[in-house]
Write a protein that binds this ligand. Structure first.
Ligand SMILES: CC(C)(COP(=O)(O)OP(=O)(O)OC[C@H]1O[C@@H](n2cnc3c(N)ncnc32)[C@H](O)[C@@H]1OP(=O)(O)O)[C@@H](O)C(=O)NCCC(=O)NCCS
Length: 164
């Protein structure tokens, strides 16, 4: 169906269990239907997330297993949005890999992903929720995040194999 006929009611939001075992092991989509979800996640990130290109299946499985909170958005069998968070459940959480397919951006879906992540029990009681963004600070600011001028971001990097 053409996206010009897009309505919110066509979108299914899936709140995965910690580590998303269904998506990670069986590729399940909405209603627990097998749909090669891992391959779809890889394509979504490859196309829309410049920081998350060429992530292998093996590494995506590790990524999911290490994420406490995971949300996916589906239009039929198409994966159209994704977001995840790590959290200690009380003091610190970090949002990662918030993505909406480009032909469906600016329709409120990104807001929905972030709001649902923030409402999940592992995040909602946390003292500080962090996120890093290169181009989308305006998007997060209108969702209640503040720019931080009192701290610096420091990074220790490692090369991760993209072929496994
Ligand atoms: C950032 C992203 C997730 C936003 O998703 P989206 O579905 O387009 O966002 P929404 O439609 O929910 O937008 C919510 C609000 O933010 C605003 N907004 C969205 N993207 C914005 C941007 N890049 N800059 C400024 N404002 C933005 C919208 O105008 C909207 O405001 P409104 O409710 O007053 O109209 C999406 O653009 C995306 O996937 N980008 C590529 C990947 C990326 O950069 N992700 C962020 C990584 S940190």
């Amino acid at each position: 169906m053409s996206d010009s006929f897009f309505t919110m009611s066509q979108v299914r939001l899936v709140k995965h269990a910690p580590g998303a075992p269904g998506l990670r092991i069986l590729g399940l989509g909405p209603s627990f239907i097998p749909t090669q979800g891992l391959s779809k996640l890889q394509k979504l990130l490859d196309k829309h997330a410049f920081w998350a290109k060429n992530r292998s299946f093996k590494n995506l499985k590790i990524l999911l297993a290490g994420s406490k909170v995971i949300i996916s958005l589906w239009k039929g069998k198409r994966l159209i949005g994704f977001g995840r968070a790590t959290s200690d459940g009380i003091y610190r959480a970090v949002l990662w890999d918030i993505v909406v397919a480009d032909d469906l951006q600016r329709k409120g879906l990104g807001r929905r992903v972030v709001e649902e992540l923030l409402a999940m029990p592992a995040i909602s009681k946390v003292e500080k929720v962090y996120l890093m963004t290169t181009h989308s600070s305006d998007f997060y600011e209108q969702l209640g995040f503040d720019k931080c001028s009192t701290q610096e971001l420091l990074i220790k990097s490692k090369n991760i194999s993209k072929t496994e």
